[in-house]
Design a protein around this ligand. Structure first.
Ligand code: ADP
Ligand code: TPP
Ligand code: MG
Ligand code: MG
Ligand code: MG
Length: 348
């Protein structure tokens, strides 16, 4: 039974319109659409990702963090293209049983991230649904004309680099579900769960990669799946050493405690929810890049690009090597949305 007192138009006028005041072209959400004026000499970069309760976030996650996750997964895609975020459109498909308080907290979280990332709410849609709450966010950014990062430019000899640490998101989901209780200190469970609930899009890094990276992607589905997208788009092989992957302390300990075997590594390699950037670039460009972003995020070289014909399999893809240089079998590369009964099953 619904505990909601406000209509669609109450929500737009009272809850969302105050968040749109920084953008004159949003017309305080009183018109049919927003008018955006691109900066001269720039291309507009536009992306859309939806997050769904039970699929991308937990239904009882704090509403402030649900809003921030919906925003941040999209800012992560802008970062992967090298774009500076400018405006967001938010389609809020709210389960009809959500309370007024839930929506107020959602809007508060949205407002905090609009300010934190200096981005304007430009418009959206508000609907009520009997289904799971779904937030579909369109993010608009811009990049110098012709300079957007792509997935398709990796060249033999380039380094393969990732930002931050990998695996905290997937282990963080387990922590959020209470599955790591007893395997880690309580405080570590809390901090990993926060990594799952609150991605840190690498906006500054993405912009610093413009003119430097030859290919870039954000790691949402799983490291191996997303590197595979670069490999196929670039028609190259990416040779990645598992021992070089940057891990947080808790993740390192969890893997060691689980026997350091293939199944222990699976959340790092294919778990997803990392929202770090993975990119390729010529080696001589790395020092200046690392210096430019050192205050924001560490960078780790995890491998090298080879010509597609040169790898073991002789076609575009990713080779994962152990510390002895042997090729590891890969059973799963990342998340795959599927039809009905299989929906949300991990890719195998
Ligand atoms: N239903 C759709 N209609 C049109 N384009 C889509 C649709 N779904 C995905 N895309 C596009 O396909 C590309 C890959 O999508 P996706 O794998 O979801 O990217 P990402 O992981 O970066 O969010 C993106 O350019 C996205 O805009
Ligand atoms: C409750 C819950 N279960 C499972 C996951 C794992 N998961 C769901 S979708 C997904 C991949 C990322 O989502 P997707 O819609 O594919 O985003 P995109 O790659 O388009 O950015 C992952 C790792 C999760 N984040 N939350
Ligand atoms: Mg997507
Ligand atoms: Mg995405
Ligand atoms: Mg992406």
């Amino acid at each position: 039974m619904t505990s909601r007192t406000r209509s669609e138009f109450d929500l737009i006028g009272q809850v969302f319109a105050p968040l749109a005041k920084t953008l004159p072209g949003a017309f305080s959400l009183t018109d049919d659409a927003a008018v955006l004026t691109p900066t001269a000499g720039h291309d507009q970069v536009t992306t859309l990702d939806a997050v769904v309760a039970g699929i991308h976030f937990l239904a009882d996650d704090p509403p402030e963090l649900v809003a921030k996750k919906a925003v941040r997964v999209n800012l992560s895609d802008l970062a992967a293209m090298g774009a500076r975020p400018r405006a967001l459109f938010v389609a809020a498909c709210l389960n009809r049983d959500l309370s007024d308080a839930w929506i107020d907290r959602f809007a508060a979280g949205l407002g905090e991230d609009l300010a934190a990332f200096d981005v304007a709410l430009a418009g959206g849609d508000t609907v009520s649904t009997p289904g799971p709450t779904t937030l579909a966010v369109t993010a608009v950014g811009e990049v110098a004309r012709g300079a957007a990062l792509r997935r398709n430019g990796a060249l033999p000899g380039d380094l393969v680099v990732v930002s931050g640490t990998i695996g905290d998101g997937a282990f963080g989901l387990m922590a959020a579900r209470g599955e790591l209780d007893g395997r880690l200190e309580a405080a570590e469970c809390v901090s990993l769960a926060e990594r799952y609930r609150l991605p840190r899009p690498r906006c500054g890094l993405g912009q610093q990669l413009v003119g430097r990276a030859t290919a870039c992607i954000d790691v949402s589905d799983g490291l191996l799946a997303d590197l595979g997208h670069i490999a196929r788009a670039s028609e190259a092989r990416l040779i990645v050493e598992r021992s070089r992957l940057p891990l947080s302390g808790p993740v390192r300990r969890l893997i060691a405690a689980a026997g350091d075997d293939d199944s222990a590594w699976a959340p790092v390699l294919s778990g997803g929810d990392d929202y770090e950037l993975a990119f390729t670039l010529p080696e001589d460009r790395l020092p200046a890049l690392a210096a430019a972003v050192q205050a924001e995020v560490p960078l780790t070289v995890i491998g090298r690009v080879e010509a597609a014909g040169a790898g073991t399999a002789g076609r575009p893809g990713v080779d994962l090597l152990d510390s002895g240089g042997r090729r590891l079998a890969v059973h799963r590369t990342g998340w795959l949305h599927r039809e009905a009964a299989e929906e949300g099953t991990p890719r195998s």
